[in-house]
Design a binder for this molecule. Structure first.
Ligand code: AP5
Length: 214
């Protein structure tokens, strides 16, 4: 199944993508993760993207489109994939269509801005494998290290309240129009992102099962 997880920053896209990826054996392509990896590795792309990420602005379309085009060409994407955080502009959605990606489902996780600002303050991420936790909603076993790889947990630089507000504003102006874009193509399915982690997963799985039956 070829899916896009849409939703505001902090809506739970990455958390759900990790669960579904593991359960169904399909890769997740997270442009945010790829860019953060490039920043950490000090590549040319990472150096150029750093300022955008830290200000909560979008990295230029041509950069992320190139990342996704290369990644989708890899053999593990042939049977299916989850795009987490891409597309984020109409231009990116059109570029994806031109790649002939044949998307089956667009899941839109709905969470209000107030909840998001609260959630981001409590998010913790693994410094090595990128696994995501929340200090109260989804804590790691000891609250300090990653359950999966044992590395230290940290906060993301773009999770400070001022940057979160900028990211939300970017989301509303540049990414939210994708809802109408995919609704017109009959691909969009909305899920309430406030119903708890397991319930959100169950709703996504229902949508996947319905599609598989068709
Ligand atoms: P990216 O890494 O994609 O960030 P984002 O879209 O802002 O999304 P987040 O990772 O912040 O949130 P999420 O929805 O994955 O939520 P999560 O599951 O972690 O992008 C970062 C930056 O990279 C962008 O600002 C931009 O600069 C650049 N970039 C990336 N892609 C780009 C593109 N296509 N074009 C241009 N630039 C791009 O959950 C959040 C928290 O909530 C966690 O603590 C989690 O434990 C908790 N939580 C999750 N679900 C629930 C639930 N149901 N109930 C309670 N708590 C929950």
């Amino acid at each position: 199944m070829k899916m896009i997880f849409l939703g505001a920053p902090g809506a739970g896209k990455g958390t759900q993508a990790a669960i579904i990826s593991e359960k169904y054996g399909i890769p997740t392509i997270s442009t945010g993760e790829i860019i953060r990896g490039a920043i950490k590795a000090g590549t040319e792309m990472g150096k150029n993207a750093k300022a955008y990420i830290e200000k909560g602005q979008l990295v230029p379309d041509e950069v992320v489109i190139g990342i996704v085009r290369d990644r989708l060409a890899e053999p593990d994407c042939a049977k299916g994939f989850i795009l987490d955080g891409f597309p984020r502009t109409i231009a990116q959605a059109e570029a994806l269509e031109a790649m002939d990606a044949k998307i089956d489902l667009v899941v839109d996780l709905m969470v209000s801005d107030e909840v998001i600002i609260n959630r981001m303050g409590g998010r913790r991420v693994c410094t090595q494998c990128g696994a995501t936790y929340h200090v109260t909603g989804n804590p790691s076993k000891d609250g300090k290290t990653c359950d999966k790889c044992g590395s230290e947990l940290t906060t993301r630089k773009d999770d400070v309240p001022e940057v979160v507000k900028d990211r939300l504003s970017v989301y509303h102006t540049q990414t939210a129009p994708l809802e109408a874009y995919y609704e017109k193509k009959n691909l969009l399915q909305r899920i309430d992102g406030l119903i708890g982690l397991e319930n959100v997963t169950a709703e996504i799985e229902k949508l996947m099962a319905n599609l598989a039956e068709k």
